[in-house]
Design a protein around this ligand. Structure first.
Ligand SMILES: C[S@@+](CC[C@H](N)C(=O)[O-])C[C@H]1O[C@@H](n2cnc3c(N)ncnc32)[C@H](O)[C@@H]1O
Length: 294
């Protein structure tokens, strides 16, 4: 317990953490601390929100919201709505006071809550600045509760090799030197992928045939095969970004290139026919599910 707390202090160091040391100790005692309070510098907050392309239609949720800087900035600069949860009641009170003072209390709120009890389903953007062990523990919840297409942005810490970031950037932040000894910040971005694992029946319009797809998925990566006329073909060039899907199938003379959107148990879009017969529509329906591999 003591060792875990010392490690937490070493990773997120600085004078600011003393403010919420008591809350961090309580969380360590519960065995699940995301680390003590260390605010993300404003320049990093701005870049996180830009990287997630936050806009007025977004609902931004910060897990372990500290003084509320990320959600407050999303409301003030990007007109978003949002919510923050933190285990430290003083930080939550400070955040709600700031929201009233800044005139955004109609769009954002903060609540005392353990991150594991937070409802993520409303969020279109999830922000994180939590210790690596907490990131790993949160991974299944984040992947399963967020809607496909939701963006996750994290300051400095990632989900390990399990769920690789779709994008990241590192830049100089001199003021972080005094906080954790590293004058740089890294921001990671993930786009929550649609769940595509399972068996699908795919039809191409205009009598161009159909396939039985058998897909396996690991986060945004998927692979599989397509069966038509007793012949199995490997899925080529698979891409999944949120609900947007793309893949190709060898069609003898050329390649059919499919692009479209996944919506629950159906997919639809257009296919450029490799046989040189132009572009037509395709649809697919899931006929058997299979848990997405993690
Ligand atoms: C490094 S600070 C980040 C604050 C803010 N998100 C930011 O980036 O400025 C981590 C915050 O997570 C909170 N925290 C740690 N463990 C938590 C838990 N299990 N549930 C809720 N909040 C937690 C701490 O109180 C602290 O305010």
């Amino acid at each position: 317990m003591r060792k875990a707390y010392r490690n937490a202090l070493a990773l997120l160091n600085g004078a600011a953490l003393l403010l919420s040391a008591a809350a961090a100790v309580r969380a360590v005692e519960l065995g699940r601390t995301g680390g003590p309070y260390v605010p993300t510098p404003q320049v990093v907050v701005d870049q996180m929100l830009r990287m997630a392309e936050v806009g007025a239609n977004d609902f931004v949720l910060d897990l372990g919201s500290g003084d509320g800087v990320i959600v407050l900035t999303a409301a003030r600069q990007f007109k978003a709505r949002g919510f923050g949860v933190d285990i430290d009641p003083e930080l939550v009170k400070l955040s709600n006071d700031s929201a009233r003072r800044l005139g955004v209390a109609d769009r954002v709120a903060f609540q005392v809550q353990d991150v594991f009890n937070a409802d993520l389903s409303r969020a279109s953007v999830l922000t994180l600045y939590l210790l690596p062990s907490m990131m790993s523990d949160l991974l299944p919840k984040v992947f399963l509760e967020l809607k496909p297409g939701a963006r996750v942005v994290s300051h400095d810490y990632h989900f390990g090799d399990d769920w690789q970031a779709d994008d990241y950037m590192t830049f100089d932040v001199p003021e972080k030197e005094a906080i954790n000894g590293v004058p740089r910040a890294t921001i990671y971005l993930w786009i929550v992928p649609a769940k595509v694992a399972g068996k699908w029946r795919l039809s191409i319009e205009g009598g161009a045939g159909g396939y039985e797809l058998d897909l396996k998925q690991k986060f945004q990566m998927f692979e599989g095969s397509a069966l038509a006329g007793g012949k199995s073909t490997k899925i080529e060039l698979p891409q999944l970004r949120g609900e947007a899907i793309r893949f190709a199938l060898n069609a003898g003379a050329g390649r059919h290139v499919f692009s479209g959107r996944v919506s629950g148990d159906s997919m639809q879009g257009t296919v450029e026919l490799g046989t040189g017969r132009g572009t037509v529509r395709w649809t697919a329906t899931r006929v058997a599910t299979q848990a997405a591999a993690r």
